[in-house]
Design a protein around this ligand. Structure first.
Ligand code: FAD
Ligand code: DLZ
Length: 513
């Protein structure tokens, strides 16, 4: 009576539902490095290395805890290249009587798992993923019957449910949300904490060599790889963040500085998303910093909101909206993704900075993703599906359940407002206010039109004008539409002509590429 337990690359937790309650003496854990997963989008090389190295370390940790682990390496000559193929081969090797697996983080893989029972002639139990704060079914019940889904109300439920930063049923400090205090611009002269990375051990170095040999045509660079790949390492990274960056996380949450990829952000999302850290333990650690008087409320509340609020909310949307969510395109945006998203070669300094660090590190913080690369794609009318595939490929932390709603919903408004109440569209003034990017840019952020003007200025108004049918009734856009209506006709025309000139150039570059 053997049970086969496939454990995927983002299921590296001892608390995994498929393992809990299973008997290590009659189970075989199957872990598979497969080409289909490394290649269904061309993932950043560093992301592949991170996941495979973390998988190999986790396999050893499972063995040390008494599990039998059958581990298939990417370069195993018999490797069939897919989860389904490897599960089928493992069934032949081990002759299990049942398969027990935790649901994956993607519809594509879920559909494959659902085909196993018929294909393999074995009972397959797909268990809920309980490594989130919300219990199974919670989001659907919360969303049921609501006219509008809004993160803020979901978040308040989560505060009540977890008791985080709560006293006597009310939010500590009297407010649920301190976002208004979290919008300071940063300056290079500030004392920015320096993350001490984790040097790769021999096992990780072997993975780096494997990825270098097999995935050289994928985006990104491996040099300088310094991510933790074990639970102990991830806990150490968490402790370091809590000590050195959390106190100012709130103040500078939206700030951007050239050459400073991390600022006061945590870089904990890769560890959370593969399961090396649990969301509640991270939030409790942050809450403890507040309680000990080492971090202020605006920082801790802002940080916790990202995890029990946004992270849980986007996951809820992903599964609730169904497998067709990825195809939504409410603004009918059709332009192909410009090549410079893959090279970083563009004269717009904000884009060159955000894309450049993304290609180097597989990391950009939230505002860079939303208000630089996302904002440009939104304003330029790039096909949201192409934008989604780019984000899924280039970020260390990108798994579809979290990446797709953030990209298609929050950033590209492709779901027409299911996730967010308005498109996150901004002109150059926002970038200038929140960053030092404009200083070294060949474009002038104060000019609105003409060849020297920051392209975002004309693109912003052009975006509003051309999407008026879909967006004109949005109350949160009433003010910009009023401002547009008040503009002189020749100014409107100049803005639209400048935007058209930029987009024509973009189309020309895409064609010539
Ligand atoms: P911090 O700024 O330190 O935040 C702390 C934690 O909060 C993060 O580790 C993360 O777990 C969570 N968090 C913050 N914002 C969000 C959010 N909007 N959704 C979910 N969790 C959040 N996050 C991913 O984990 N994977 C993705 O693939 C991803 N794709 C994104 C695509 C776009 C277009 C946008 C706008 C955002 C995306 N995010 C994604 C959300 C956010 O940008 C990242 O979680 C964050 O930048 C990770 O860096 P950090 O760990 O330093 O975060
Ligand atoms: C992202 C990824 C990559 C690059 N490689 C593997 C792999 O070789 N084996 C594996 O088990 N998982 C990998 N993953 C993560 C999966 O793509 C992820 O489990 C699914 O997308 C479901 O969330």
């Amino acid at each position: 009576m053997t049970t086969l337990i496939p454990v995927l690359g983002d299921q590296l937790s001892f608390s995994l539902s498929a393992l809990e309650g299973a008997d290590p003496t009659t189970s075989v854990v199957l872990m598979m490095e497969v080409a289909e997963e490394t290649g269904y989008v061309r993932h950043h090389q560093r992301k592949i290395a991170f996941i495979l190295a973390a998988m190999r370390h986790h396999a050893d940790a499972l063995r040390a805890a008494g599990w039998t682990v059958d581990y298939i390496r990417l370069d195993d000559p018999e490797n069939s290249g897919s989860f389904t193929g490897e599960v089928a081969r493992a069934v032949v090797r081990h002759g299990p009587t049942a398969i027990r697996v935790t649901e994956p983080g993607e519809w594509r893989v879920r559909q494959a798992m659902e085909s196993w029972e018929a294909q393999l002639g074995l009972p397959v139990e797909i268990l809920p993923d309980t490594r989130f704060v919300t219990p199974p079914g919670f989001f659907a019940a919360w969303a049921e019957g609501r006219k509008q889904l809004r993160m803020e109300f979901f978040y308040r439920e989560m505060r009540r449910m977890t008791g985080l930063l709560m006293a006597d049923g009310a939010p500590i400090g009297g407010q649920w949300n301190y976002d208004a205090q979290n919008r300071k611009a940063a300056e290079a002269s500030l004392f920015i904490p320096r993350r001490q990375g984790t040097p790769p051990d021999a096992m990780t170095q072997a993975v780096l060599a494997l990825v270098a040999a097999r995935c050289a045509d994928h985006p990104g660079v491996l040099a300088g790889f310094d991510l933790a790949v074990t639970r102990e390492g991830a806990l150490a990274e968490m402790a370091q963040f809590m000590r050195s960056a959390l106190p100012q996380f709130g103040d500078y949450q939206d700030a951007m500085l050239a050459g400073e990829p991390l600022l006061w952000h945590s870089l904990l999302s890769p560890y959370l998303n593969v399961g090396l850290l649990a969301p509640l333990e991270v939030c409790r650690a942050a809450e403890a910093e507040y309680q000990a008087g080492r971090a202020p409320l605006n920082a801790v509340e802002g940080f916790i909101r990202q995890i029990i609020g946004w992270r849980e909310y986007v996951r809820g949307i992903y599964w609730w909206a169904g497998p067709d969510y990825a195809q939504r395109n409410a603004l009918a945006a059709k332009r192909p993704l410009p090549d410079f998203y893959w090279t970083g070669t563009t004269d717009m300094r904000c884009m060159a900075e955000a894309i450049g660090q993304t290609l180097n590190l597989g990391y950009a913080h939230h505002i860079q993703r939303l208000m630089i690369t996302g904002n440009y794609a939104l304003l330029a009318g790039i096909d949201p599906h192409e934008v989604h595939l780019w984000y899924l490929a280039v970020y260390l932390d990108a798994f579809e359940w979290v990446e797709l709603p953030n990209t298609l919903g929050m950033s590209q408004f492709g779901d027409g407002g299911l996730l967010a109440s308005k498109p996150y569209a901004a002109s150059g003034a926002y970038v200038d206010r929140m960053s030092d990017y404009c200083g070294g840019c060949p474009y002038d952020v104060r000019q609105k039109t003409g060849p020297k003007a920051c392209p975002l200025n004309a693109l912003y108004w052009d975006f509003l004008a051309r999407n008026r049918d879909q967006l004109g009734g949005n109350v949160r856009l009433a003010m910009p539409y009023r401002n547009w209506d008040r503009m002189a006709e020749d100014q409107k025309q100049a803005l639209r002509a400048s935007a058209a000139a930029h987009l024509d150039r973009l189309d020309g570059e895409a064609c010539s590429g």
